[in-house]
Design a protein around this ligand. Sequence first.
Ligand SMILES: [Zn+2]
Length: 187
Amino acid sequence: MTEPMCSLRDAASVIFNLPNYHVIDTIDLLLGGRRVVVQADRIADGCPECGVVSARVHAWCRQRVKDMPHAGRLELVVGKPRLVCGERACPRKTFIQTTGELPLRARCTTRLRTALLSAVIDQGQPVDQVARDHWVAWWTAQRCVNAAALVLPDVERLHVTQLGIDEHRYRRVRWFRDPDQGGWNRG
Ligand SMILES: [Zn+2]
């Protein structure tokens, strides 16, 4: 049996490396930067109303979303299929395909959201700096952090595994000479 020893994806898709998507077009923008147009590898999704899986395309639309910076400014455009629900009784006739990288109503790719969160939470960088490094508005980065905080478990119900001690100095130490004995005392 012969197995392929290399990737079957085209060069642009390999370099761009957005999971489960392939590059269908790239354009150099007049004012600098590039526009990359991608499309999902597999055109099929379950209807959000009834769950019936459909691969029948009703129409195509294009949406601009935020993604990781790649060697400078990058504009990502996703070609999204509007699929026809195959269930006759379903009130939703058509729906937009969603994926792991672009869930419903997502304006950023999952890999960008993960990178923003990692920079703020794991590396302790300020939100403003992280937003500038990733070419997004600060409120985009802040929204990612807020969304992550909302799914944290209730801290009151967690078991304490490690205790830390914070040291605070609330006033400056002053030395003064004792008027009776002449020695120095700490105030
Ligand atoms: Zn349906």
